[in-house]
Design a protein around this ligand. Structure first.
Ligand SMILES: Cc1cc2nc3c(=O)[nH]c(=O)nc-3n(C[C@H](O)[C@H](O)[C@H](O)COP(=O)(O)OP(=O)(O)OC[C@H]3O[C@@H](n4cnc5c(N)ncnc54)[C@H](O)[C@@H]3O)c2cc1C
Ligand code: FES
Length: 277
């Protein structure tokens, strides 16, 4: 982990209120793994005092990309950054996903939960091409991405996942594209009709969605790695502001629990370890 000045190389609106910012930062780009995040200081004045956490969306050479939605003050300030400006970042932070590329994986994204899953998809595709070198370039037939959004206007990255060789299925709350309903409903439908089981579910999205993913992963006995989002003050494990209740790994009693810091011990957890409140 280090603190670094990064240079904005682009900041473009890719969907209503959703932006992709590209940052030149060779050190971070070299070190970061999928699922990790950075704490960004969006300005140097008192307007926004605390740093904000953002997942790494993609790495391309010496640059990283962050996909974000303007939901409040910090993200609104961020959306006004121009190419050539500098941003102070601390990272890479957190643990990241385990990239298991040998069998079918299902990536499930709810809303902005898509952000870290694209970097993961890049890494899974790369790993698969090492394990299965005879596949044609760009093909990744054993992996599926499920994207959930409120309406079709909010669907992000569909084309980018397809370009990586993934099969993509969509769920929208209002039925304007794909399955009508929650992305977890789509997952449940697919698992109940699929004649093979994925080896891993990777998911990121709102808490209720991840709780449902946990239930589904237990029902079908498929391990799930989920990336949690909590409000964060320090982002480096010092303030205990982001703890979640998990099953204790140390004590054997069935209801023994321990608190884990999302920023330091996560943000990625095995779904079956989380004790949902
Ligand atoms: C590990 C991690 C990775 C993240 N990655 C991304 C990302 O890649 N792209 C992205 O758009 N956002 C991401 N977020 C959420 C992002 O940090 C918040 O949207 C941002 O801090 C909001 O700041 P703000 O000042 O604009 O809004 P605020 O005024 O602080 O908040 C606006 C609204 O967003 C809610 N909110 C703020 N922070 C969080 C949070 N951490 N979890 C859940 N709800 C929150 C608030 O409750 C409020 O309703 C991530 C959060 C975490 C913890
Ligand atoms: S945000 Fe301070 S311990 Fe996690």
């Amino acid at each position: 982990m280090f603190q670094i000045k990064t240079k904005v190389i682009k900041n473009i609106e890719v969907a209503p209120k959703c932006y992709k910012i590209g940052l030149f930062c060779p050190r971070l780009a070299k070190k970061v793994v999928p699922g990790q995040f950075v704490m960004l200081r969006v300005n140097s004045g008192p307007e926004v005092l605390l740093r904000r956490p953002f997942s790494i969306h993609a790495v391309s050479g010496k640059n990283i990309e962050i996909l974000y939605e303007a939901v409040g003050k910090a993200t609104e300030v961020l959306s006004r950054k121009k190419a050539g400006e500098y941003l102070d970042a601390i990272g890479p932070l957190g643990n990241g996903f385990s990239v298991l590329g040998s069998r079918l994986s299902v990536l499930v994204a709810g809303g902005m939960g898509i952000a870290p899953l694209f970097f993961l998809a890049q890494a899974l595709a790369k790993r698969k091409s090492k394990i299965l070198p005879n596949r044609q370039a760009g093909q990744n037939p054993n992996s599926l991405v499920l994207i959930g959004a409120r309406t079709k206007r909010q669907i992000l990255c569909e084309k980018e996942f397809r370009n990586l060789g993934y099969e993509v299925k969509i769920a929208t709350d209002d039925g304007s594209k794909g399955f009508k309903g929650k992305v977890t409903g789509l997952l449940n439908n697919l698992l109940s009709t699929m004649n093979y089981q994925p080896s891993t579910i990777y998911a990121c999205g709102p808490k209720l969605m991840l709780k449902e993913i946990t239930r589904i992963s237990k029902k079908y006995n498929i391990p799930a790695q989920i990336s949690l989002e909590e409000h964060m003050a320090c982002g480096i494990g010092a303030c205990l502001g982001c703890v979640v209740k998990t099953q204790s790994a140390k004590r054997k009693a069935q209801n023994a629990f321990e608190y884990k810091r999302v920023c330091k011990d996560g943000p990625v957890f095995n779904a079956n370890k989380i004790i949902w409140q």
